[in-house]
Write a new protein. Sequence first.
Length: 230
Amino acid sequence: MALTEERAHYLKSVLRLRRGAELVVFNGTGGEFQACVEVISRAATRVKIGAFHPLCRESPLAIHLGLGISRGERMDLAIQKAVELGVTGITPLTTERSVVRLNSERRLTRWEHWQKVAQSACEQCHRNIVPALAEPRSLDEWLGECRGGLKLLLDPSGERSFKDLTLPSGGVYLLSGPEGGFSEDERARARAAGFLAIRLGPRVLRTETAALAALTAIQVLWGDLGAPVE
């Protein structure tokens, strides 16, 4: 199998692999393959695909993250770590207080960039299913798509904590805001859509920290963080 220029550069310049080196490859839909570097040169890089292993490292709990779009590295970090923490899907959301404003061309560029961030995170943490990363949309569009499950809104003034919740039966929708948080009107619309306002603690967390702290709590309570090794 011939590799793209980007993947070939990663093998040669980052991993510094040589002909005959063994590695594991995946196609993002589940399971992984043993492989061996067959050709590695300036002209071409190819790997020979070997045995398939139907390994699954996915969380038993479906978690979809609605994430207010934030600037540059903050958004990249939130997506990267959310993937490592086992999120099932991510939807970037435009909100009233989003600092980043995306026109149609920039929206596509950022979406493609975020997809690469998610893919790289899977490679790092050995997930072999790439979480769905939806195209950016408005908060109201996303709220209308949330069906069933436990719906949680991260809100520093929320009246509940994770200790007040019980095990969800249909997965979790987690809504986390941008740098400036959600407006009062947005929080009201989320609550009207069935979201429970959850307060993480006495300190106000940055946008990228809040989402990751909540995902960690969810996976510890109901997912696979801290699960026994089989």
